[in-house]
Design a protein around this ligand. Structure first.
Ligand code: URA
Length: 432
């Protein structure tokens, strides 16, 4: 039997733990035999001392073994691909990528999460659709992926309970933003959910966990190594989160934008990310095509109506009404006007995410209710020209007072200058 205090001390002093010691600690924590205070001290020791590659894999493997695992590939008899984002502002990528990949004939079954803080969650966005069910049983999930080619649901059963507890603990002990802990947390969930190949979207910048490209590359390499040790293929897109993704931030607003993108009418940065992620997923699939052909097929689905048709079938299959008219609309819609003319030099993602949160689009505490109608639409983004008095953004608010309060914050997120800044692509790098 391990003594947690001994392991905490060894990690605190820069030593290395054996795989079975880490497994006992993590599985003991998941069974409630190791108390929160010891696990919190352990996380803080890891925060300062880090984990070796062998320790990171042992932690991930123990987290996977803490609960159920799913074997979607065997159930479907197909190669199953999955995507995951490290979280950002305006990130509705899965809602558009799922229908594109499914329209190309590749099954897409994904378990998503809810938002906490300034980053939104896919499940919250989908719940803006009246009637949409995010809770399907495992059998319903598999049947829907088989019949419709696509399902996105909340986590079923008891997948990686150790991460659920550990993430909650890290959140309140300032130990979230450590590369090895983030990598183990994300990859344990992806491995347990059973995909053969995974495309990870690692966000970089103001609105992301990883503030620099260098840190994002380290996280990407760590996750790729964990995936490969577990026999999965992994590619990481490092993507810009200095400004919000696309224009819309807020649940129903983002769904409208995802829908427009599936008709080929989306903002250019978001469309590019959807195509790039889809191309990598298709290249990992059992279609036997490369990324260039994957991109060609993905593009075709946006032009010929098949991605939108698949979206509508998917939403109906999960009990929702896929038309745009049923999405909730905020009672107050007000522009944020440019005080001077020029070009947008910066549009910081974090304050826009916080403004949307304060309008009611997200939750501060786990049990807060969400207002699906509200949010911010960024009409001008980095590089765009604007005349004095033209709209930089549009606020969708529950009332006039809330609109007034967020107008100042959104205006402060913009930095205007006389010339257009150098272009920065949405996909900054791909690590494989
Ligand atoms: N997302 C996760 O699932 N886990 C982390 O630790 C950070 C982001």
């Amino acid at each position: 039997m391990i003594r947690p205090a001994e392991l905490i001390q060894r990690k605190r002093d820069g030593g290395e733990l054996e795989p079975d010691e880490l497994a006992e600690l993590v599985l003991g924590y998941a069974r409630d035999e190791v108390p929160d205070y010891q696990m919190a001290a352990f996380c803080m020791a890891v925060f300062f001392r880090g984990l070796s590659p062998a320790e990171t894999f042992a932690l991930t493997d123990a987290m996977v073994r803490s609960g159920d695992t799913l074997d979607l590939a065997s159930a479907l008899g197909r190669t199953v691909v999955d995507k995951h984002s490290t979280g950002g502002v305006g990130d509705k990528t899965s809602i558009a990528v799922g229908p594109v990949v499914a329209a190309c004939g590749v099954p897409f079954g994904k378990m998503s999460g809810r938002g906490l803080g300034h980053t939104g969650g896919t499940l919250d966005k989908l719940e803006a659709i009246p009637g949409f069910r995010v809770e399907l049983s495992e059998e319903e999930f598999v049947a829907q992926v088989r019949e419709v080619g696509l399902a996105i649901i909340g986590q079923t059963g008891d997948l990686v309970p150790a991460d659920k507890r550990l993430y909650g603990l890290r959140d309140v002990t300032a130990t979230v933003d450590n590369v090895q802990l983030i990598a183990a947390s994300i990859m344990s969930k992806k491995i347990a959910a059973g995909a053969d190949a995974i495309v990870l979207d690692v966000k970089v910048g103001d609105g992301a966990f990883m503030k620099t490209l260098e840190d994002a590359r380290t996280l990407a390499r760590t996750m790729i190594e964990l995936g490969e040790r577990a026999g999965r293929r992994v590619a990481c897109l490092l993507t810009d989160m200095d400004q919000p993704l696309g224009r819309a931030v807020g649940n129903a607003l983002e769904l409208r934008e995802a829908r427009a993108t599936l008709r080929g009418e989306g903002p250019s940065d978001f469309t590019e990310l959807v195509l790039s992620a889809s191309a990598h997923l298709l290249a990992f699939s059992d279609l036997g095509i490369d990324e260039a052909e994957g991109r060609r097929r993905a593009e075709a689905t946006l032009g010929d109506g098949s991605a939108l048709e698949r979206y509508e079938r998917w939403i109906r299959a999960q009990g929702g009404d896929p038309s745009e008219d049923v999405l909730p609309q905020a009672p107050v819609v007000r522009p944020v006007e440019a005080p001077t003319g020029g070009h947008v030099h910066a549009l910081r993602a974090l304050p826009v995410g916080i403004a949307a949160l304060e309008l009611g689009a997200g939750r501060v505490r786990k049990d807060d209710a969400i207002d699906h109608a509200v949010g911010v639409v960024c009409m001008r983004k980095r590089g765009d020209a604007v005349q004095p008095g033209e709209a930089l953004a549009e606020l969708h608010a529950p009332d006039e007072d809330a609109a007034t309060a967020s107008a100042e914050a959104v205006l402060a997120a913009y930095e205007l200058g006389p010339e257009a800044p150098p272009e920065r692509p949405i996909v900054l790098d791909v690590v494989t």
